[in-house]
Design a protein around this ligand. Structure first.
Ligand SMILES: Cc1cc2nc3c(=O)[nH]c(=O)nc-3n(C[C@H](O)[C@H](O)[C@H](O)COP(=O)(O)OP(=O)(O)OC[C@H]3O[C@@H](n4cnc5c(N)ncnc54)[C@H](O)[C@@H]3O)c2cc1C
Length: 564
């Protein structure tokens, strides 16, 4: 039975940064991932990472922009930590080998991003996530004697002891189908977001809410689950992301009359208002008949106004995406986009060291909710969040493990999960297919829990999710083997996604106001008196979520009207 001081589930930026921080303190570390680490969704991050590194900038300005971006739902103590530690973290990345873009004077170049009062986004062309992830992976290799990598291992459940302390997990070796108990003094969940609950999404196929649901199932509260980010520029055809870096470099948004409509919605920031504001503006244009393309369901993103040389240098990846996935040369003509699901602000509730209410369990990155993003995340603040809170969780978990003995686990959860998998594999082919259920889930969530919401629509979604949960219990798969059985993993992931969807819908119904990414046409105003608080969902004995509240931490910025 493998045992480690710190076990990290997830090898994206949050997981790898946590592993590095823990390893540097000398403890033994394991890092587990259901895909090869550099294939984690972090590799797709394009536009950049925020930090107040310029002489004209100050971390307090970054923090204020983040608080305002969050529509005053973010916890200001956590935001202060993230923004004040950002410059050091970015310089650290630079020192360990991330080739950030530099300007003519040799300093880090910074690009404009949405909701930011100055240029503060450091970048590597439009492959920033890839550049950072590969450097972290290289750095981890230095610690090969104390860091064990479990690549292509799929965690099925967390293990808690009789006192409710987390003592490890059960995982399946994808290549062989072998199940194993992993024991650890501390576990850090870094298993990413839940984008696949929606269809389409900018997120990779592996972003299926695994960690969110695993924590929820052992009683950890999920916070801010109603806050789902729709990114303003995703391809109409398939939901692929066109980075905010495009607008950062100066691209315009145009409606069917060729009008830069953002003048009406955010006269000061225009295309670089926060994402919730821009997505709503686009959706309003589309709903009111000023959209473009087939059925008027899109908006034009005009990148031709950016000098071609600059586009080819700084946005080279979306030049390829435009050509390959929309048949458009973005240096010559506008490209059709619309708002699309991109990020989940909510997740596993943690404190500023990544600790969850369950002892021995930490969470960092998109799986977690610290909450630094509140109602709406600013572009380029997520990479920062993964690194700052990944590092802090790694350090904190390592320190905690120095003062305790290795726990002992039995194989009760292993046996339960083996039985669960064998039940899935042996189902008769009478129910629905997993893929059909996933499709229906994504479609309803994208219709009813999108940019605009109302009670009737969300109640409908709630009913559908309930039915799908029932249907998923008899849904069948084709592959009955043990080697790379992705079918069975798909069935388990569907269960995770349905749990996350259920919490998201319930929290969104509960919040009877409009704030950040949640805009309710039946409650169009923000209501600080009643709703300046976090909504938490916790599992009950009936396997359904129940609501509790927790206060928003305010340190220095009182809520005010939000204008861009
Ligand atoms: C297309 C795109 C572009 C983006 N661009 C930017 C940007 O420019 N700037 C920015 O700040 N943010 C950006 N974001 C958001 C940001 O990239 C993500 O929020 C962040 O990278 C998430 O990192 P993470 O480490 O939390 O999770 P991920 O990188 O998603 O990693 C999750 C890890 O968990 C593992 N895992 C999951 N489930 C299991 C399981 N059951 N068992 C074992 N392992 C498991 C996976 O294998 C993976 O290793 C972008 C997101 C997308 C989708």
């Amino acid at each position: 039975m493998p045992s480690h001081d710190v076990l990290i589930i997830g090898a994206g930026l949050a997981g790898q940064r946590a592993a590095l921080a823990a390893a540097e303190t000398g403890v033994t570390v394991a890092i587990m991932s259901k895909v090869h680490p550099v294939r984690s969704h972090s590799v797709a991050a394009a536009g950049g990472i925020n930090a107040a590194v310029s002489v004209d900038d100050d971390w307090r300005s970054h923090a204020y922009d983040t608080v305002k971006g969050s529509d005053f739902l973010g916890d200001q103590d956590a935001i202060e930590v993230m923004c004040s530690e950002a410059p050091k973290e970015v310089m650290h990345l630079e020192h360990i080998g991330v080739t950030f873009h530099r300007n003519e004077t040799g300093h880090l170049d910074l690009r404009a991003f949405g909701g930011a009062s100055v240029k503060r986004t450091a970048y590597v062309a439009d492959i920033t996530g890839q550049a950072i992830l590969h450097v972290l992976y290289e750095q981890l290799m230095k610690h090969h004697e104390t860091v064990d990598r479990y690549e292509e291992w799929f965690t099925t459940s967390l293990i808690l002891d009789a006192e409710g302390t987390c003592t490890g997990c059960v995982a399946r070796h994808i290549r062989t189908g072998r199940m194993e108990v992993f024991t650890a003094k501390n576990v850090i969940l870094a298993s990413g977001g839940a984008g696949q609950v929606w269809k389409p999404t900018t997120n990779a196929l592996i972003c299926t809410a695994d960690g969110i649901a695993q924590a929820y199932r052992v009683g950890v509260p999920l916070m801010d689950m109603e806050m789902i980010q729709y990114h303003p520029t995703t391809l109409v055809e398939n939901g692929f992301l066109i980075t905010e870096g495009a607008r950062g470099e100066g691209a315009h948004l145009l409606n069917k009359d060729g009008e830069r409509f953002m003048e009406k919605y955010a006269p000061n920031k225009m295309e670089l208002a926060s994402r919730d504001v821009v997505s709503r503006a686009e959706q309003t244009e589309i709903n009111e008949g000023r959209g473009v393309g087939l059925n008027g369901e899109g908006i034009y993103l005009d990148i031709t106004v950016v000098p071609k040389k600059r586009t080819l240098e700084a946005l080279r990846e979306i030049v390829n995406i435009g050509k390959d996935f929309a048949g458009v040369d973005i240096t010559r003509e506008p490209i059709l986009i619309r708002p699309g699901q991109h990020y989940i602000m909510g997740g596993v509730k943690t404190d500023i060291d990544g600790a969850t209410p369950v002892k021995g369990l930490y969470a960092a990155g998109e799986v977690a909710c610290v909450s630094v993003h509140g109602g709406n995340r600013l572009g380029a603040n997520s990479l920062l969040d993964t690194l700052i809170f990944g590092r802090r969780s790694g350090e904190h978990a390592a320190e905690r493990s120095k003062h305790m003995a290795m726990p002992v686990n039995d194989d009760a959860i292993l046996k339960r999960d083996e039985a669960m998998i064998s039940e899935i594999i042996n189902r008769p082919k009478t129910g629905r297919r997993i893929s059909e259920i996933k499709d229906e889930l994504g479609t309803i969530m994208n219709q009813k829990l999108a940019v605009y919401r109302d009670e009737a629509g969300m109640l409908e979604a709630q009913e559908v999710v309930k039915r799908l949960k029932e249907e998923s219990r008899s849904a069948y798969i084709d592959d009955r083997g043990t080697v790379f059985n992705q079918d069975v993993l798909g069935a388990i992931e569907l269960g995770y996604m349905l749990d996350a969807a259920e919490c998201c819908v319930l929290a969104a119904l509960e919040r009877k106001e409009s704030r950040g990414a949640q805009f309710r046409t039946d409650y169009p105003e923000r209501n600080d008196e009643e709703w300046q608080k976090h909504i938490n969902t916790t599992i009950t004995a009936d396997d359904e979520p129940a609501i509790t509240y927790s206060p928003v931490t305010i340190t220095q910025w009182q809520p005010e009207e939000r204008k861009y």
